[in-house]
Design a protein around this ligand. Sequence first.
Ligand code: NAP
Length: 327
Amino acid sequence: MMMRAVQCHQFDGIEGLTIDQISRPDPKDHEVLIEVDHAGLNFPDLLAIQGLYQIKASLPFTPGVEVAGTIVSTGAGVTRLKARQRVLAVVQHGGLAEYCCAPESSVVPIPDQLPMAQAAGLAITCGTALHALSGLAGLDESSTLLVLGAAGGVGTAAVSIARCLGARVIAAASTDDKLAFARKAGADELIHTERDSIGDRIKVLAPEGVNVVFDPVGGSQAIDALKSLAWQGRYLVIGFASGDIPSIPANQLLLREATVQGVWWGQWLGRNPAGGAADFMRLMRWIGEGRLTLPEPEIISLDEVQSGFERIQNRQVTGKVVIRIGQ
Ligand SMILES: NC(=O)c1ccc[n+]([C@@H]2O[C@H](COP(=O)([O-])OP(=O)(O)OC[C@H]3O[C@@H](n4cnc5c(N)ncnc54)[C@H](OP(=O)(O)O)[C@@H]3O)[C@@H](O)[C@H]2O)c1
């Protein structure tokens, strides 16, 4: 059987993407086949289609690392899941298609009240934010957190999840609209990064410094944020959306007994499926209880995939963009 799928034939970025008819995959052992309802777009997809992601796919491939949909069939050895279950899944690639196979270990049943469009956009962002903030940084009610890129995909998730963990959240973003979005996601305080210096604002908002920085942006913001850490603060290196990987001045760590913590959620999930499953259960419980509410994603059609990626690349998106694939 054939299906529609986004295809990357060369590592030449957004321009080279096409929507083709390709063969529908069959689930291998320990995999399920999912009829994709919605799929999330992510910044790392942009890296993948340029051949710049940490793990390079072989050409041609279908990008897309997170989906929500309904299980159609299961491969041999699948024990926990069955056909017709509503699920979300994280995959290495292949998500931007009508059907997609996913290993059982990275498929999570979703509550009935969670719309597919929201489910499709939460795995990577919320998974990363929960692992980084709770698992690695031990964020709690006594903590103050600074989130850079706070209206981006992973930044918005960090704001919402930090609120669930009871922390005070300071959100930094580059426009008033983005700051309003971060406020809606749960931020207590705001820093306009085009108008204000992060360092000066933190001196007012948190005179002792912040306990944790969540940084998906890098560049010059990273150095300002590092200098805003409190004694024994923790700096979470999430990504480099600015395109600039900062060099961390070691003296700034010494002065604060600070810790820099690298975060690679996808690798951690592969190495620690039990920890990933526990985090997903926690997220689904919070959503079921109404404790974690995420902003509505922007929904576009499969034919608009290139413009969706362009808007992420051009820094125009607030929150998440998801592709509607099902009817
Ligand atoms: N470590 C992990 O496990 C993990 C997991 C997921 C994502 N990531 C990484 O985290 C980063 C952000 O991902 P995301 O999905 O949140 O991306 P996103 O939705 O595009 O948000 C990125 C944010 O970065 C800021 N930014 C600053 N300079 C930029 C530039 N030149 N181009 C684009 N954005 C720029 C923008 O905020 P302002 O305009 O407000 O500055 C933007 O909202 C990426 O590097 C991604 O690879 C890492």
